[in-house]
Design a protein around this ligand. Sequence first.
Ligand SMILES: Cc1cc2nc3c(=O)[nH]c(=O)nc-3n(C[C@H](O)[C@H](O)[C@H](O)COP(=O)(O)OP(=O)(O)OC[C@H]3O[C@@H](n4cnc5c(N)ncnc54)[C@H](O)[C@@H]3O)c2cc1C
Length: 286
Amino acid sequence: MECTTQASACFQRNAEHVASHRCTVAEHRWVNDRYKYLRLSAEADLAGATRPGQFYQLKCPATSDLQPFLLRPMSVYGVGPEAGTIEFLYNVTGVGTHALSALPVGGTMDIVGPLGNTFVLEPGFTRIMVVARGVGLATMAPLLQHAARAGVAVTAVMSARTPGDLMRDEFLRGVPADVHCVYDSDGSSSVEALEVLLRGLLQARHHDVAYTCGSHRVLMLLQRLLQDHPQTRGEVAMEQRMACGMGVCLSCVRMFDKGGDKQFLRVCREGPVFPIHEVVGEVEFG
Ligand SMILES: Cc1cc2nc3c(=O)[nH]c(=O)nc-3n(C[C@H](O)[C@H](O)[C@H](O)COP(=O)(O)OP(=O)(O)OC[C@H]3O[C@@H](n4cnc5c(N)ncnc54)[C@H](O)[C@@H]3O)c2cc1C
């Protein structure tokens, strides 16, 4: 997953590669009792064109009892190890992902992408913070790889229901990091406890940017905390239910605050990565 050190280049949509791609399943296995790892063989240049934060629309195959209609959005979890392979890490949750979980090694699947924008990792960054929960882990894992290659230090805060749900190794994938784990099972992931932890980490040393994905309450907490740290930017990869994934159907619009100007933006097209301070938490219609 090459991403140039030029921020502007990193933010490109590499739209020239967006297309439907027929892929072959190179590897497909359970990681724990809820998540599966999927590695697809694609055309040689596709993996290299995919940037951290981007996603594909997966055409989950129909089975005898499951007929998913819409394509399902999945972040790219990584690329490699061979040239031309793209990795996904997904929660087996509903019709589409249950059907997907039955796909055999050697089978084929169509994917559309790469879609959406990317996280920004600028030259000159020295330390970043990532706060991940649930499927957010899959979305942010490539960012850690990219930071490590660029020599940027990482503070990783991981949140999960229990230690068994954490997937620490799957997230870090060998990247050295200052890791802090919090759990629902012992109360350490509550907003109150997490606020104490994040405040301490943000005060202890400078972070150029804090990224998050996977939890609305963590997003809103970070939005509040970063107001006291104007030198630390914030970015969130939003997970909004979406249909087409290409900006046409408008099913994934959300309201954002662009410097006082409230705008509805498409998570699939203008996002999925947005500045944390632009997210509008509660929308009142009235
Ligand atoms: C840009 C983007 C990237 C994503 N990346 C990943 C990823 O890397 N790994 C992963 O496991 N999941 C990811 N998701 C969520 C994933 O798309 C949904 O879990 C999936 O579409 C569910 O399909 P399903 O048919 O199995 O479930 P459904 O039967 O459609 O729904 C089952 C459950 O999943 C929830 N759900 C459905 N669609 C979404 C959605 N778009 N976002 C959040 N929750 C949803 C539903 O509310 C319901 O609780 C991503 C979503 C987006 C928008």
